[in-house]
Design a protein around this ligand. Structure first.
Ligand SMILES: *Cc1c(COP(=O)(O)O)cnc(C)c1O
Length: 377
């Protein structure tokens, strides 16, 4: 009998979400406006501990509008971690601004606070401060915000927090998403919770929230006829999808717990293999355990493990390919680069969905161990 395919991070939806979705459908709020959208935003703001949340069609749209709210314009510079998903840097390009990429620290795989501080200091001296800094909370673990905020505050540069992967994580007891001028959450299908596609911008700043809400609804002025003083976007989330999101948020604590158990299981079952190390958990916070990621001894071993998992119909992936190694970004400035390149060349992500069963985990572990045993032999 062949076993079913195991996915990296598939959606985990239940009757809770189904019921809310059908209720929204039956209410005829089948539009990017309605009571589920309001309730979903209120719950997101509450979870992140900020005053405002604006639900949008994607995390990428939230990044785009966050950068506009931070004042980023054509020709500006924005500091961005190289080790991230392309969406982070793409949003900078949409505005005709240029990313300057920064390397990661091996301690958390997030942006290296020292490289960030050095870059800001050097740019202050040259009179070339960036318009904004973006941090990413990688694989569900916060960046080190104490030194990062200190550096941004010293030079008066606004921070945008890309917490697309990190809903539910904390840094020194403060929730991911709450650290910058604005935070970005993603509800894409592979994230810890999903609306099937969606994003939320969270902020304590009422003027940022109202500007983003305005821009996301075609920048229509509040008059009877169609009046536009600026160019807007059609970036609002559907009320139907927000209903799904409400159900997912109710289940967030148990989904985080399921992913934590999976991480602990993989670490116990694979941690003894030669050359293997897991994404380090920094002492300053608690991750949401979105994906279990590890490094192995060499790029060749990493590729053999991925091939071995694929043979067993198990979806696993290399870690993010850094932006400074991407053809689309080859002309951009990079500060450092050896750490993020190594994370990419030796890193992989194991199946980590919150509905993963013990049997699934055993299949993953057996497949990884059998490749490791070949290596030994
Ligand atoms: C998923 C992700 C995004 C984009 O979110 P979408 O909702 O898919 O647009 C942005 N940044 C990071 C780090 C992500 O992982």
């Amino acid at each position: 009998m062949t076993e079913p395919r195991i996915y990296l991070s598939p959606p985990d939806v239940t009757d809770v979400e189904r019921k809310l979705l059908l209720e929204a459908f039956d209410s005829n709020w089948v539009a990017p406006v309605g009571p589920d959208l309001d309730a979903f935003e209120a719950r997101c703001a509450e979870l992140v501990g900020v005053r405002h949340a604006v639900a949008l069609s994607s995390g990428t749209a939230a990044l785009h509008l966050a950068l506009i709210a931070a004042g980023v314009r054509r020709g500006d510079t924005v500091l961005v971690p190289s080790f991230t998903f392309a969406a982070t840097a793409n949003a900078v390009m949409y505005l005709g601004a240029r990313p300057v990429f920064l390397d990661s620290t091996p301690e958390s795989w997030n942006v290296d606070p020292q490289i960030l501080a050095d870059e800001l200091r050097g740019r202050a001296v040259r009179g070339q401060l960036p318009r904004a800094v973006i941090t990413v909370d990688m694989y569900g673990q916060c960046a080190d915000y104490r030194p990062i905020l200190e550096a941004c505050d010293r030079y008066g540069v606004p921070l945008i927090e890309d917490a697309a992967e990190a809903l539910g994580a904390t840094y020194r007891d403060r929730p991911a998403g709450s650290f910058g001028l604005a935070g970005v959450l993603s509800f894409n299908g592979n994230k810890i919770v999903t609306t099937g596609g969606g994003g939320v911008l969270v902020t304590d700043d009422g003027s940022v929230a109202s500007q983003v809400r305005h821009l996301s609804t075609q920048a229509r002025e509040p008059v009877a006829h169609y009046e536009h003083r600026t160019v807007g976007y059609n970036y609002r989330l559907s009320n139907l999808l927000a209903a799904v999101g409400r159900g997912q948020l109710q289940r967030l604590p148990s989904m985080i717990e399921a992913r934590r158990v999976t991480f602990e299981h993989y670490r116990a079952a694979l941690g003894d293999l030669p050359g293997v190390s897991f994404l380090p958990v920094a002492g300053y916070g608690v991750p949401n355990w979105w994906l279990t990621c590890l490094l192995v001894g060499s790029p060749a071993t990493r590729d053999r493990i991925l091939a071995g998992l694929a043979r067993e119909d198990i979806e696993a992936r290399p870690t993010w390919k850094p932006m400074h190694l991407q053809p689309a970004y080859r002309d951009c400035v990079m500060r450092g680069g050896a750490v993020s390149a190594d994370l990419f060349h030796r890193g992989l992500c194991l199946p980590s969905g919150s509905a993963l069963t013990g049997h699934d985990r055993d299949r993953v572990v057996a497949a990884v161990r059998s490749v490791a045993a070949e290596q030994e032999g």
